[in-house]
Design a protein around this ligand. Structure first.
Ligand code: GDP
Length: 699
């Protein structure tokens, strides 16, 4: 018989973890009573320990789902008594004052503004002295809210209790003997949902506070009949308890004394029920029979739910099972595959091309700085066009120029710039992986991914850029160029210039369109030149005669809007650049330039291009060794060690559940599994059912 209740209590808590709807609920005993009716004292007498929060200011603010689990003695030795809060994961607590403290904390954590919360606290107590029972302790009914409590508190408590005293639960209505039953809020609430008193047990506390005859009369239940009867108790413990004494023993002794003194009213020969021991037995009987009679209904309900869950699992997931672990493993594999796929962008030719592009820009800057701003630049064209001039006859001026240009390029910080360029490419790659699915669901993992990839990069950048700088060092002194390299460099320079020509022409076209045609642009340019000439003249005048006052500080006339004047200035710059580019293209395509590297002084563009090529080649080689290889080696290993595999079981589940698709799948799967388990347990009970006896009604 014991076995059945025990099993059903297990099933009940499994059902509670499946869902909180009433459909899947096995009965429990719900304890209600007004404040100070002695509710806590009764519960503590049943458990045998003081463990409920004490204090006069509404200490129970949340329902406490109390599951008592009887642990049998083995070999004459009592097993340890302890409590557990399954939701908190604190483990076994054998110090009941610690349980009391935890309960107090959990209750006080409910904000004062809310005062009561619907969310139950799950507490299990294992002891050889308790029966298998489930009890729900609810906040006590209050008559008048005190000043610091919200107005609606009374209603809130009432509606919370109302939810719990619904079918199929059993109501334990606690009333004090010294308060008229007519005024008992517990009985009043119970009558509302159970008018015939079929599932209500009355507990009359503080029997010692009324004359025994009066107490006995209450217990007969003639005034407010309850099918399950009344039990009278005396639970006063304060002051009588020895340090190590069990509350149960203290109460039992007190009750023995009190009821023993009035045998004629409360003795075995009478029909009334008295004592917490009787109460305990009564509760067991009632719960058991109530659970047994719920069995059929609950079995049907679970069967229905299970069929629905199985059907959904089949339809939605084709019965495919997943685990949080398998999701984590898949995510890691996908991440690595994705990374590998992306790394193809970082092969040597791609890197070389990127670096060359960066160096091309540097070459352009150097040319602009050293050649195009030089008034003698056109001389180079003349030299290139003159077949009579031998290479060794070219003025040393141009030798210095070329050496300066070459060293400006080689000493421009190529090591650092090229390393950073590649590192930045890697960073962008990781960022794009981290901001895509499935990492959109896993922001913390994405953050970690970015964090450790940046860390690897930071670690390598310094070494790599020093290494590159070191390896290009020879080029800072001398660059040897052979015929083949020269021709490649020259061709590239031509291409580069042609691209630049197109670029300048496009810009000019844009400006022309913006200001309203070429005539308008010509007008603008003429005007700007005029302005510039005037400005120049003024400066000269001032230089010639610094003391003189500016006579005609020509008032700027606003013939054109300022934006157009800026456009005109830009147009002039582009035209100048175009003119030079075109001129230089002629030189680059000339016979002299084609002839070979001995004409380097006349074709600095081709020469610098060769230098840029060599720099790009060498840099790529060392960046590959010092940065890319290292990164590609370390990154997948960091994924393993830092991203996911150091998660514990709980974190793995948390991670998987961050993905809503996975969460839904896991939820349904879990629901189905639990229902299957419950169904199995319920079926195994079928064999026990004939033993079940109905609790007999007491008058
Ligand atoms: P709760 O607010 O309903 O939980 O009530 P408590 O269990 O805290 O009891 C309120 C007060 O009544 C406490 O001071 C208890 O010591 C006292 N009390 C509880 N049961 C009895 C009893 O059977 N007899 C007497 N005389 N006092 C009791």
């Amino acid at each position: 018989l014991m076995h059945l209740t025990r099993k059903l209590i297990e099933i009940r808590s499994m059902l509670l973890s499946i869902d909180q709807s009433d459909a899947l609920k096995l009965p429990s005993i719900v304890v209600i009573g007004s404040q100070s009716s002695g509710k806590s004292s009764v519960l503590e007498a049943i458990v045998g320990h003081e463990f409920l929060p004490k204090g006069n200011n509404m200490v129970t603010r949340r329902p406490i789902e109390l599951t008592l689990i009887h642990t049998p003695s083995t070999g004459g030795k009592d097993p340890e008594e302890y409590g557990e809060f399954p939701a908190l994961g604190l483990g076994k607590i054998s110090d009941f004052s610690q349980i009391q403290k935890t309960l107090t904390d959990l209750n006080l954590a409910v904000p004062a503004s809310e005062a009561v919360s619907n969310e139950p606290i799950d507490l299990r107590i294992y002891s050889p002295r308790v029966p298998d029972l489930t009890l729900i302790d609810l906040p006590g009914y209050i008559q008048i809210a005190s000043l610091d409590q919200p107005e609606t508190l009374k209603d809130k408590i009432a509606s919370l209790c109302e939810r719990y005293i619904r079918e199929p639960n059993i109501i334990l209505a606690v009333c004090a003997a010294d308060v008229d039953l007519a005024n008992s809020p517990a009985l009043r609430a119970s009558r509302k949902v159970d008018p015939l008193g079929l599932r209500t047990i009355g507990v009359i506390t503080k029997m010692d506070l009324v004359p025994p005859e009066q107490g006995a009369t209450i217990l007969t239940g003639n005034r407010y009949p309850l099918h399950l009867g009344y039990v009278g108790v005396v639970c006063k413990t304060s002051g009588k308890k020895g340090r190590k004494e069990n509350t149960q023993d203290v109460v039992l002794r007190g009750e023995h004394d009190y009821f023993g003194a009035h045998k004629e009213l409360f003795g075995a020969s009478t029909a009334v029920m008295v004592g917490t021991d009787t109460l305990r037995k009564r509760l067991m009987e009632v719960l058991e029979s109530s659970m047994a009679s719920s069995l059929h209904g609950i079995t049907n309900a679970v069967q229905l739910e299970l069929e629905e869950a199985q059907y959904q699992f089949k339809v939605q997931y084709n019965d495919r099972r997943i685990t949080a672990e398998s999701y984590v493993a898949e995510t890691v594999d996908a991440l690595k595959a994705r990374f590998k796929e992306f790394t193809s962008q970082f092969r040597k030719p791609q890197i070389r091309a990127k670096l060359k592009e960066m160096l091309d820009e540097k070459v352009m800057d150097v040319l602009e700085q050293l050649y195009w701003s030089d008034k003698r630049a056109p001389e180079l064209n003349a030299l290139a066009a003159d077949p009579k001039v031998k290479p060794e006859e070219v003025e040393p001026y141009w030798r210095y120029k070329l050496d300066a240009a070459s060293s400006l390029l080689t000493k421009s910080g190529v090591g650092r710039d090229s390393t950073l360029l590649v590192a930045d490419g890697l960073r962008t790659l990781i960022d794009s992986i981290a901001s895509g699915e499935p990492f959109t669901f896993h922001p913390r993992a994405a953050e970690r991914l970015i964090e450790f990839s940046h860390m690897i990069l930071r670690d390598r950048i310094g070494v790599a850029s020093d290494q590159v700088e070191n390896c290009i060092k020879p080029y800072k002194y001398e660059v040897e160029v052979d015929e083949r390299e020269w021709e490649i460099g020259r061709t590239q320079a031509v291409q580069l210039f042609e691209r630049e020509v197109t670029l300048c022409e496009d810009k000019l076209k844009d400006i022309r369109k913006r200001v309203g045609g070429s005539r308008r642009l010509n007008g603008l340019v003429g005007y700007v030149k005029e302005l510039e000439a005037r400005e120049k003249e003024k400066t000269q005048r001032r230089l010639a005669n610094p003391a003189a006052e500016d006579v005609d500080d020509a008032v700027e006339d606003y013939r054109y809007p300022p934006a157009q004047i800026i456009d005109a200035r830009h147009a002039m710059l582009y035209s100048d650049r175009l003119a030079i580019l075109k001129l230089r293209l002629i030189a680059l395509k000339s016979k002299r330039c084609r002839a070979g590297p001995e004409n380097d002084l006349l074709c600095p563009e081709a020469f610098l291009n060769v230098v840029a090529d060599k720099l790009a080649y060498t840099s790529t080689m060392f960046i590959n060794i010092e940065l890319l290889d290292q990164f590609f080696y370390q990154f997948p290993r960091e994924i393993d060690s830092r991203l996911l595999y150091d998660l514990d079981r709980r974190e793995i589940i948390e991670f998987a559940r961050e993905n809503p698709v996975v969460r839904r799948h896991l939820d349904l799967q879990e629901r189905k599994d639990k229902l299957e388990e419950v169904m199995k347990q319920l079926n195994s009970l079928a064999t026990l059912r004939p033993e079940v006896s109905q609790a007999t009604p007491r008058r």
